[in-house]
Ligand binder design. Structure first.
Ligand code: GLY
Length: 305
């Protein structure tokens, strides 16, 4: 997307006046996935600029802001392994950034994900590899900085094709949870092959099924929230290759499980269809007793309606 960066309010507001809304305002530092405001109006955008640059809402992370073109479409995540030269694309996945059902509320680090993501057809997947991933990997090698590891492209799938929003050099959270359910222990072989430059020979099979994860977060997240509340009912849940609760922000204390983070649990399931995986995940969620937590009821809605 077209963008400019600013550390002073006045030129940032001038640029906003030229570009108009909708527009995206980003804190140009690490803000745990929360430093992005998708402003649908000029007033919202101006307020976000002032929050970040004048009121230090994100501390040092917001000392500089990026003002970026608004891209319209469906977001998707595309994560690949790279061994310096070869690319091994993983399955597609889709996150749910907003806190509440119907994609309402503030942006978060991610409230749930599923894989595969139907928005990435085989044709789109090929375009992502050919236009975005391969030129990046080749460019880094040509600069004498070959990249080994996990490369995560955050994308907007527009009508005209995929556009890159960001790269991360890590798995997505919670995209990783659904990928790991479908990949299993082969993930380790892949990482070793990436480190040793052997990805061209890697023999890895994806489970030909669907996985979904639903994040349980502390009430108040992504704003402030209470810590130390007790989560009950986890001991009755199945834990096998189709059902898994990944802990993200918990602590074990005297036989209790306590919530100590914003995003706390990832309740994850696999199924032969996305619907089956989703039913299984929500069945588990309904057995968890944590009044101080919340989760979205509609993870997977873009694929399932
Ligand atoms: N879920 C988005 C991210 O990990 O950046």
């Amino acid at each position: 997307a077209a963008y400019q960066t600013f550390s002073e309010v006045a030129p940032a507001l001038d640029y906003l006046d030229q570009q108009g809304a909708p527009i995206v305002i980003k804190a140009d530092g690490l803000a745990a996935g929360k430093g992005v405001v998708v402003a649908m109006t000029h007033a919202e955008a101006a307020a976000a600029i002032r929050d970040m640059l004048e009121d230090n809402a994100f501390g040092d992370a917001g000392a500089r802001v990026v003002i970026e073109e608004f891209l319209d479409g469906e977001e998707a995540s595309f994560i690949v392994m790279v061994d310096g030269e070869h690319v091994w694309p993983m399955a597609t996945s889709q996150d749910h950034k907003r806190a509440y059902d119907g994609d309402a509320g503030p942006n978060t680090g991610g409230m749930g994900a599923y894989s595969p993501a139907p928005v990435c057809s085989a044709e789109i997947e090929q375009q992502i590899v050919d236009r975005i991933i391969t030129p990046t990997v080749e460019g880094m090698a040509a600069e004498g900085k070959p990249f080994h590891g996990v490369l995560f492209a955050g994308l907007m799938i527009e009508e005209s094709g995929p556009r890159l929003i960001e790269f991360n050099v890590r798995f997505g959270d919670p995209e990783c949870q659904v990928l790991m359910m479908r990949l299993g222990a082969q993930a380790l072989d892949l990482m070793q092959a990436a480190a040793e430059g052997r990805l061209a020979e890697a023999q890895v099979n994806w489970a030909n099924d669907h996985a979904i994860t639903v994040v349980m977060a502390a009430n108040g997240y992504p704003g402030s929230y209470e810590k130390g509340t007790e989560i009950k009912g986890l001991e009755n849940l199945p834990e096998d290759s189709s059902n898994m609760v990944f802990h993200a922000g918990t602590k074990a204390a005297q036989g209790q499980t306590l919530a100590v983070g914003g995003r706390v649990l990832n309740v994850t399931a696999r199924g032969s269809s996305l619907q089956e995986a989703r039913d299984r995940a929500y069945e588990m969620l309904d057995q968890i007793e944590w009044p101080e937590g919340f989760f979205r009821r509609d993870i997977g809605w873009r694929a399932l309606g």
